[in-house]
Design a protein around this ligand. Structure first.
Ligand code: ZN
Length: 250
């Protein structure tokens, strides 16, 4: 099966990849929704990621800032799965890299920022809820370290948060539209480390398949699309992806 999938990639010109939390767990970033996920173990963590609680309650924000300070993502390094996607881009085959992740490990690994479509935003930037200003997250974390438990915007006094899509917050329509459009242009569509249960982005699979793309799913757990996919792999992402996409032997 690996050989077959590898041949599809060899023959492909426009590979579109969709990644979710599963690709970053080998880098030490926990999957929030999985059985060992933070939300399962700490219901307060779910409250912190809900925009309504976040805006309404300073205590939720204080905890959120402490959480951001101690996020494992700050010290995380890209793994072999991320590097396989860099290799795919170097082979001039990567059409788009759609990600549900907010850790920027794809860009840190070496994928071009213009190939990466971040449907849930990025934790490495902050945004102001009042005026919409954005900037590097570390600048705000420095203020937290210096003793401000809930820093506000220096321009407008508004509430600051990470530049990510919280629960209860709208996705950015242009970003989703671009992701779906790219999926429709794929000749191979690879879904990696996502349960494919969250719409609208799970619809990228249908769009790619309807447009005639070969479809590959790499995920530890089953997904609703396994029956429709041309190939399904449940092994370790950091082993399967290099085997399918890697440049070794080319
Ligand atoms: Zn502001």
């Amino acid at each position: 099966m690996i050989e077959k999938a590898r041949r599809w990639i060899d023959d492909a010109r426009r590979v579109v990849v969709l990644t979710g939390a599963g690709i970053s767990t080998d880098s030490g970033i926990p999957d929030f929704r999985g059985p060992q996920g933070l939300w399962t173990r700490n219901p307060l963590a779910e409250k912190m990621s809900n925009i309504h609680y976040y805006l309404a309650d300073p205590e939720v924000r204080k905890l959120s800032w402490q959480n951001r300070l101690s996020s494992p993502a700050w010290s995380a390094k890209p793994n072999a799965g991320h590097l396989a996607l860099v290799s795919l881009e170097k082979q001039q085959k990567l059409h788009a890299l759609i990600t549900q992740n907010i850790d920027e490990l794809h860009q840190i690994a070496g994928n071009s920022p213009d190939k990466v479509i971040e449907v849930h935003g990025t934790m490495r930037k902050f945004m102001c809820w009042g005026c919409g200003m954005r900037g590097p997250m570390q600048a705000v974390l420095d203020r937290v370290r210096a003793g401000e438990p809930d820093p506000h915007c220096r321009d407008c006094g508004g509430i600051l948060k990470s530049d990510t899509i919280s629960f209860g917050q709208q996705l950015v329509p242009e970003v989703i539209d671009r992701a779906i459009r790219m999926a429709g242009e794929a000749d191979v569509f690879v879904s990696v480390g996502t349960s494919l249960q969250v719409y609208p982005i799970a619809g990228a699979f249908d769009v790619a398949r309807a447009a005639g793309a070969k479809t590959i799913i790499v995920n530890a757990q089953q997904t609703p699309f396994d029956d429709q996919a041309d190939a399904v792999f449940s092994g370790s992402i950091s082993e399967v992806l290099p085997a399918i996409l890697g440049s070794a032997g080319r």
